[in-house]
Design a protein around this ligand. Structure first.
Ligand SMILES: [Zn+2]
Ligand SMILES: [Zn+2]
Length: 148
């Protein structure tokens, strides 16, 4: 994170709570985690925090734009603290691994052929494919059995 979690919360007029700080730390350490994984990390740190409290706070952070939510189709929503840079994601069809990728040049992504008069500030692009380690698995498996 470019800005300290305390400062981020202050900028958005959110009160500093242990759960919110733990959420931001958990997301920073585990980008592209789903809510269940984030709950585990935060709950390990703050045993008293309920699932409801953790999920509610996560939603608040998303609504304020401190946390970005991405929704690859067929998967639970994933969360990350890298916001505001219009970066894109590459998702593996095989293991569901998610990687960040910067645009080659961000301008074209924000310039659709027809903007319908909108002032556009974000483009959400998900690239789908097969990651290198799944490619290797597939190749070595394919030689030994006909599973694929
Ligand atoms: Zn993979
Ligand atoms: Zn990302």
């Amino acid at each position: 994170m470019k800005i300290a979690p305390e400062e981020l919360l202050r900028q958005h007029n959110l009160s500093l709570t242990a759960v919110r700080l733990a959420l931001l730390e958990a997301l920073h350490a585990n980008p592209h985690s789903d809510a269940a994984r984030i709950f585990d990390v935060v709950h390990n740190k703050i045993a008293a925090a309920s699932k409801q409290a953790i999920y509610n706070n996560l939603n608040t952070l998303v609504e304020c734009g401190i946390v970005r939510e991405i929704k690859p189709k067929g998967q639970a929503s994933l969360y990350e603290t890298r916001t505001g840079d219009n970066h894109h994601h590459i998702v593996c069809r095989s293991c569901a691994g998610v990687f960040d990728t910067d645009c080659h040049d961000c301008a074209p992504c924000l310039t659709p052929k027809d903007s319908h008069g909108f002032v556009i500030d974000e483009a959400e692009v998900i690239f789908w494919g097969v990651c290198p380690s799944c490619q290797n698995n597939h190749n070595s498996k394919g030689k030994n059995n006909a599973e694929c």
